[in-house]
Every structure is written in structure tokens, then in C-alpha cells.
Design a protein around this ligand. Structure first.
Ligand SMILES: *Cc1c(COP(=O)(O)O)cnc(C)c1O
Length: 414
């Protein structure tokens, strides 16, 4: 028996009516495209008017297994009928199994669960200061990097450090300094015995899809160790297979003291996690931190299905192969349009075409949407491609052709 969805189907409001209501009733803190998405399957999305899109946004690097993945949808449906929420006053089976699996997948010892990336980062920030407090030698200074994105709550916002996002929210959380991403000398200079930790993305996502220079992450680990500071890795965007390894940091030998995960972790279901080494785990004893919804069985089953799929050896092999193909196609496109593009960068299925000053990335989103490809802007010059990790060569090629045509049309209009 099919359950009736609330106000959907032929009797539901049409696009114009929905957009009109959205304009009146939704907070205007976003600037969405004037399309109302209705359903998806794999790498395709369909709006309320039945228009089809190739989804290279994927909920901003979230829908790892694509839309309406049969195993993921069924598991969430079954768990929803069984048990959704119990609180952290009790254990639940799915969360315990997930904790074991996420530790196996990441090489960490313990996991905390929350509901978003910013919450995972916030927990990581609290863990960092509290770690030194528990050791009896409090430290408050934190080093982060320019063009970083760590989220929007007051702590995560201070770590993000972007003036545009911070304006009007003063006073900000104190003690956080931003250094140029990739500049180890700057880090050495800023370092001292009062630095609690260094927060870094192993590849910057929102900042423009910026891979670090060779040796940067290794250098940070060394410097942190020299000063008894922690290395805190934000893999909210780069983790869970996005760059072709389960964690992006696996490209190095380096391990962080803790890592924040979210975006891809639930495959579209909201779930975040902070995974950490035993060394730092005792910094958050009972009462020190928590979440009402965190670790609920519904979110946990979603993450379990995603982890199970991503950890199959052929899966990451395919992500790397598709990532290479996407990178190659974007590189070719960039070369064909030198007025608009400077090149391509990224790892795995986290990629960007680098644009020239001729056009800001945000102005490219609508022209691409009109050609049926959903992309996002990242940083000052990145047009980001972050498809579901199950993307195929055929889908990449179809999108690449549309992007190529879109750029040709834009170039002609310049
Ligand atoms: C998206 C993102 C966040 C914030 O995640 P939310 O789920 O939006 O709160 C934090 N860090 C990085 C690296 C991100 O890409």
C-alpha cells in the first residue's frame, strides 16, 4: 500500500504557486535557482515541471550513492517503521554498529555523532580546548587557514574566518588565527606552546576546491607534534570516498587527532560525526558535550549503508576512475575556452573548472541549469562539480558536452 504524500501529486501546487509562496514564506538567507526539485534517481533530478537535470551538485557533495538508491531508501524506510529516535539516555543497535564501522573505515578509535558538518566541527573545537584543559594546562589559541570553510555556528564560523560570513555577528569566538593555506613557514612562525590545535581541510572545498601543496599536511602534523598541539582534520566535504579514498588524508601517511565528517556520510540523510583517537577521547567526559538527535537509529542506518557501499574495494576504484575522467573532460573544456577558463583542479569526484575574471562562478550556475546541468560555485573562481559517487562515464560525457556548449554560448555573448 502506497502512503499518500502530503499535498503532492496532480492536486499539488504548480511551480509558479510554489515559487510565490517560497518568496513570501521562506527566510531569504539563500538565493536559490527558480526551480522546484521534486524527485531524483541516480544522477538525475526532476523538477515539478518534469524538467530533467544531471546533478553535479548532489546536495553539495552529499548524495554519495545517488538519488533514490534502492538499498539506502529501503533501509531508511524499514528503520523509520521500527525506531527513529531514542535519545542518548539509552544505546541503540544501529548506532553501536555504526560506531564500529566508522572506526574501521577511518582508523580512529571512537566516534561522536551529530546531525551536520558544522556540529561535527563545533564538537572538534570544543574537544581541542577541553583536551588541554583536562591535561591541566589550558590552551586557547587555534590556527586555521584562509579560504577555509568549517561551518556557520558561532564557533565554526570563527574557524571559517570569512569576513563576508562573519559581519554583524560580533563578538566572535576569540583566539582563532587564519594563515595562508599551504604556507608552513607562516604556521611555524605563529606556533607556540599556547596553540591548542591546527584545523585544516586536506583539500579545501568551499574555498574553491584547492588541493594543498605537496608536503603541507605532513608539515602541519610535524609542527603540531613539536608543540604538543592537536591536528584537527575537517573532512566534512572531502571524506567518505569523495576524493577516491575513504578519507582524503589517506593520500598522505598523516593521521589527525580527530576528523569531522558529515555531507556524504548519510548519503542525503543528515548525519555528522566526529571520529577521534583514544588519546583525545577522554577530553569529553560525560556532560561535556552532547546532542539530542545525534546517533539516532534512523541516521545511523543511513550512514551504515553508505559506509558499507563506499568500503567495497571496487567502489573507490571506480570513484578514482570516474574522477580521472571528469578531470580530463573538464581540463579539455577549459582549454577550449581560454577567455572564460584557466584550467581544472581537484581530486577524485571533487573538481572545479577554474574561471578567469571574465565571469564570477555564481553567474555560471543559471546558464548551466538551463542546459540541464546542476553545478555550484566554490570560492572566487571555482565552478564546482561534485556528482554522486556512482556517476558513470556516460553521465560525465553528457554533462561535459552541455557545459562545453554553455561556455561557447557565453563566450559568444561576451
Ligand atoms: C559543508 C562544510 C561544513 C559545514 O557543514 P554543514 O552540514 O553545512 O553544517 C564544514 N566543513 C566543511 C569542510 C564543509 O564543506
Amino acid at each position: 500500500m502506497e502512503a499518500k504524500l502530503v499535498d503532492a501529486g496532480p492536486d499539488g501546487a504548480n511551480e509558479a504557486e510554489l515559487l510565490s509562496t517560497a518568496g513570501k514564506r521562506l527566510l531569504g538567507n539563500y538565493r536559490p535557482q527558480k526551480r522546484v526539485m521534486d524527485r531524483g534517481t541516480g544522477c538525475e533530478l526532476f523538477d515539478t515541471e518534469g524538467r530533467r537535470y544531471l546533478d553535479f551538485c548532489a546536495g553539495v557533495a552529499v548524495c554519495a550513492l545517488g538519488h533514490a538508491h534502492p538499498e539506502l531508501s529501503a533501509a531508511i524506510g524499514e528503520q523509520a517503521s521500527r525506531l527513529m529516535q531514542v535519545s542518548n539516555y539509552y544505546y541503540n543497535r544501529q548506532n553501536i554498529e555504526l560506531a564500529r564501522e566508522i572506526c574501521e573505515a577511518t582508523g580512529y578509535d571512537r566516534a561522536f555523532f551529530c546531525n551536520s558538518g558544522t556540529e561535527a566541527v563545533e564538537a572538534m573545537l570544543k574537544l581541542t580546548r577541553r583536551y588541554h584543559h583536562e591535561k591541566g594546562a589550558p590552551r586557547s589559541r587555534i590556527i586555521a587557514f584562509q579560504k577555509a570553510f568549517h561551518g556557520r555556528t558561532m564557533g565554526a564560523l570563527a574557524l571559517t574566518g570569512n569576513a563576508k560570513y562573519m559581519e554583524g555577528f560580533e563578538p566572535h569566538v576569540q583566539g582563532i588565527e587564519h594563515l595562508p593555506y599551504g604556507d608552513l613557514d607562516a604556521v611555524r612562525e605563529a606556533m607556540g606552546p599556547d596553540v591548542a590545535g591546527i584545523f585544516v581541510e586536506p583539500i579545501q572545498g568551499e574555498g574553491g576546491v584547492n588541493p594543498p601543496p605537496q608536503g603541507f599536511i605532513e608539515g602541519l602534523r610535524e609542527i603540531a607534534d613539536e608543540h604538543g598541539s592537536l591536528l584537527l582534520v575537517d573532512e566534512v566535504q572531502s571524506g567518505v570516498g569523495r576524493t577516491g579514498t575513504f578519507l582524503a588524508i589517506e593520500r598522505t601517511e598523516v593521521r589527525g587527532d580527530a576528523t569531522a565528517l558529515a555531507k556524504g556520510l548519510g548519503g542525503g540523510f543528515p548525519v555528522g560525526s566526529l571520529v577521534m583517537s583514544e588519546k583525545v577521547a577522554s577530553a569529553l567526559p560525560p556532560g561535556a558535550h552532547g546532542s539530542t538527535f545525534g546517533g539516532n537509529p534512523l541516521a545511523s542506518i543511513a550512514a551504515r549503508v553508505v559506509i558499507k557501499n563506499v568500503r567495497q574495494p571496487e567502489f573507490l576504484e571506480r570513484v578514482r576512475k570516474m574522477g580521472d575522467h571528469l578531470g580530463k573532460r573538464l581540463g579539455e573544456i577549459a582549454e577550449k575556452h581560454p577567455k572564460l577558463c584557466r584550467g581544472e583542479r581537484g581530486w577524485g569526484l571533487l573538481r572545479a573548472i577554474v574561471l578567469t575574471d571574465a565571469i564570477p562562478p555564481r553567474d555560471m550556475i543559471t546558464p548551466m541549469l538551463e542546459r540541464g546541468v546542476l553545478v555550484t560555485a566554490a570560492g572566487a573562481d571555482g565552478l564546482r562539480f561534485s556528482p554522486p559517487l556512482v556517476v558513470t562515464e556516460a553521465v560525465i560525457d553528457e554533462a561535459a558536452e552541455a557545459v562545453d556548449e554553455g561556455l561557447s554560448a557565453l563566450e559568444a555573448s561576451l
